[in-house]
Design a protein around this ligand. Structure first.
Ligand SMILES: *[C@@H]1O[C@H](CO)[C@@H](O)[C@H](O)[C@H]1NC(C)=O
Ligand SMILES: *[C@@H]1O[C@H](CO)[C@@H](O)[C@H](O)[C@H]1NC(C)=O
Ligand SMILES: *[C@@H]1O[C@H](CO)[C@@H](O)[C@H](O)[C@H]1NC(C)=O
Ligand SMILES: *[C@@H]1O[C@H](CO)[C@@H](O)[C@H](O)[C@H]1NC(C)=O
Length: 380
């Protein structure tokens, strides 16, 4: 009998099991319930076959310690996962996370093929370099991987810029959540997203080349009727008005928009209607000196934390207003920023035409009272 027939193979790790077996592991930790398994292969001479400990786990995380997994290709090639089909089918595995490794494309192909036999739902690849391209599409005899969530964070495919195009054909169109973060994208990758019509969450954060221009042409957003969550953190967005316009043009129905970690300016002159479905907006860490005037009509949640607000804004129409980390709440920072000019726009934070804003005087006296309590001068 071949070793792979005796020992239940696990995924990528399947070829690893051809290696000698060790009985106890310090590399892999399985929790008491046997549900979560974490392996850290950062040691210089990793004991790869310790992965066998994770065979029964529901959630497996593998830290590759930046090792080059080419070794598995050199060990007389990779066995066909189809031979282990029955074993793969009974795995409880639902979530797999693979981090920090150099993975040759043929090995990733074997992993994907192995996963087609499993009931995995969520795959996360993070800090990987995929070498030895190309990544092959599935062959006609392969089925698809039934993922509901795919998360790619800082993954590069050597010699090819389009990772999603290479992975897409392996996936079922029923994918619900997609994270494409830190991939150096310069636009919403509409052509490669096309098949995933049921997406309800799309995260394109940490792609600083996107900017407003990468958003404006994203007409595919309209096709995702189920898309509720859109995240564009740290994507070099600069003008709230242009973001609004970009979304208006795409006709999207998003409910939650996260554009935190962008240096945003309010551009009230821009005429634009936010998607009428938008109820939650995250403007945290955006260097805003005042509350933008052009806010969505039906906003229920607004995160303005870690901005440069000098006064406590009054937005009674927003149920959940998050303001921590702003200078007005911190007397030391407030005092330091006193000398800086406050933009004119800041004077009346409101919601434009439909303003229900608090009268300025009330706000000013509120802020002054607050500052006096803390012994700080409000006005220079
Ligand atoms: C992984 O192991 C290395 C030592 O081999 C250690 O330095 C590192 O902190 C570990 N990482 C995690 C996430 O446990
Ligand atoms: C994926 O995106 C969602 C939505 O933005 C976010 O909540 C989640 O933390 C992201 N996951 C990872 C692994 O980055
Ligand atoms: C923004 O994204 C770039 C590229 O992915 C990354 O290097 C940087 O650390 C990110 N910045 C923040 C504040 O997360
Ligand atoms: C808004 O974004 C920040 C930074 O990305 C995050 O820490 C915070 O949890 C988000 N707020 C909400 C309400 O999700």
């Amino acid at each position: 009998m071949e070793p792979w027939q005796r020992l239940p193979p696990l995924l990528l790790l399947y070829p690893l099991l051809l290696l000698p077996w060790s009985s106890s592991s310090t590399v892999c930790i399985l929790d008491e319930e046997g549900d979560n398994c974490f392996c850290n292969f950062s040691a210089p001479e990793p004991q790869w076959n310790d992965i066998a400990m994770c065979i029964s786990a529901v959630e497996v995380e593998i830290l590759g310690g930046s090792h080059n997994l080419d070794v598995f290709l050199q060990k007389g090639g990779v066995a066909n996962p189809g031979k282990a089909e029955d074993v793969l089918r009974v795995l409880r595995l639902r979530r797999l996370k693979l981090r920090e490794a150099q993975v040759p494309a043929p090995l990733l192909n074997h992993l994907l093929r192995a996963l087609t036999y499993t009931r995995i739902k969520e795959l996360t690849l993070e800090d990987l370099v995929i070498s030895h391209p190309p990544l092959q599409p599935p062959s006609p005899s392969d089925s698809n991987v039934g993922l509901t969530a795919l998360k790619l964070n800082r993954v590069s495919l050597v010699g090819e810029s389009n990772l999603l195009a290479a992975l897409g054909p392996w996936l079922k169109p029923s994918l619900k959540a997609l994270n494409l973060t830190g991939l150096g994208l310069s636009s919403v990758p509409c052509p490669d997203l096309g098949t995933f019509k049921e997406l309800n969450s799309l995260d394109l954060s940490d792609n600083p080349e996107i900017g407003e221009s990468g958003l404006t042409g994203a007409f595919c957003l309209k096709e995702f009727q189920a898309l509720r969550d859109l995240a564009l953190r740290n994507t070099s967005l600069e003008s709230l008005g242009e973001v609004c316009q970009g979304l208006e043009v795409t006709g999207t129905n998003v409910q939650h928009l996260d554009i935190s970690y962008n240096e945003l300016r309010d551009t009230p002159q821009t005429q634009c209607t936010w998607p009428p479905t938008l109820i939650s907006l995250n403007l945290s860490h955006s260097k805003l000196k005042c509350v933008p005037k052009s806010l969505p009509e039906k906003l229920q949640q607004l995160d303005l934390s870690y901005n440069l607000l000098m006064k406590q804004p009054m937005l009674p129409q927003v149920n959940d207003l998050i303001l921590r980390g702003n200078p007005f709440a911190d007397s030391v920072t407030l005092a330091r920023l006193q000398g800086e000019p406050v933009p004119k726009d800041c004077e009346v934070p409101s919601r434009g035409t439909r303003s229900v804003g608090t009268p300025l005087a009330l706000q000013v006296s509120g802020t002054a009272a607050l500052a006096m309590l803390r012994g700080v001068r409000v006005f220079p």
